[in-house]
Design a protein around this ligand. Sequence first.
Ligand code: DAH
Length: 329
Amino acid sequence: MSIQNQLEELQTEAVSAIAACQDLEELEQLRVKYLGKKGQLSQILRGMGKLSPEERPVVGSQANEIKEAIQNSLEKQKEALQKSAIEAQIKAETLDVTMPGVSRPLGKIHPLNGVIDRVVDIFVGLGYTVATGPQVETDYYNFEALNTPQDHPARDMQDTFYLPGGNLLRTHTSSVQIRYMENNQPPIRIIAPGRVYRRDTVDATHSAVFHQVELLAIDKGLKFTDLKGTIKEFLRRMFGDDLPVQFRTSYFPFTEPSAEVDVQWKGKWLEVLGCGMVDPNVLKAVGYDPEVYTGFAAGFGVERFAMVLHQIDDIRRLYNSDLRFLNQF
Ligand code: DAH
């Protein structure tokens, strides 16, 4: 076959192969195959040596035209492929903003945990740290060490659930006071949130299982005014300036003097905490010298706080896991 014919055939083959190519990498391979240094065009042109001097320039210019034609179709195909690649990418990345969203329900903090978090935040801000203790307690930590011996009438108010072997479910977080003081030396500033149990008849303001936050401060020279100032500041931060509050003298075996604090709820006074100066007998039980150290303590009713804060009319709502209720917080 003459060189001219070979060149024509090469052009036909190359142009149709390029037009059919759908991939940029394959297109580059075609370029190498036809126009590369060792490509088919070069191979054909190697036969030019055998041509007569008259034929050479003719074949030479034919070869140039063919080369140009192949280059053009390579270029055209490349552009077309790049354009459609971009279009495909744009299409794949299109976001239909009119599509309805998928909504995932958000979890919420339970109002009781919300109250505990707030109380903890306030006291941590006043320099207190958090302590905890077990819910299954011994008689010693729950009563004896808190100046409440076996025959003490105050035990009647804190009747509880007894477990086989003599342990009991703690009736208050005050047991944490003893456990903490046994293992630490004054000065002490702690709060202890936790669950407590009573053999109580359930009604709108009572539950057999509820929550308290205990407060304990022991130092040299702490007085009743320190207790009152701390509690008042706490209540102001918890409920704001406007909620009416009253201190009422009271009695607890583990404090002397003792007080209870009521706040306004549904038009009447609701007791929300007990407090007092730590009884010297309690300090002696943990080996502190009551002539050197004094302290104050308090026990907050978490449910009662929640009821006042959120205007909840019945304590039982806090335990029913009714999402229509809980979603409001
Ligand atoms: N533990 C008491 C109760 O559950 C509340 C209480 C009163 C705690 C006075 C105290 C306190 O720390 O000082 O009824």
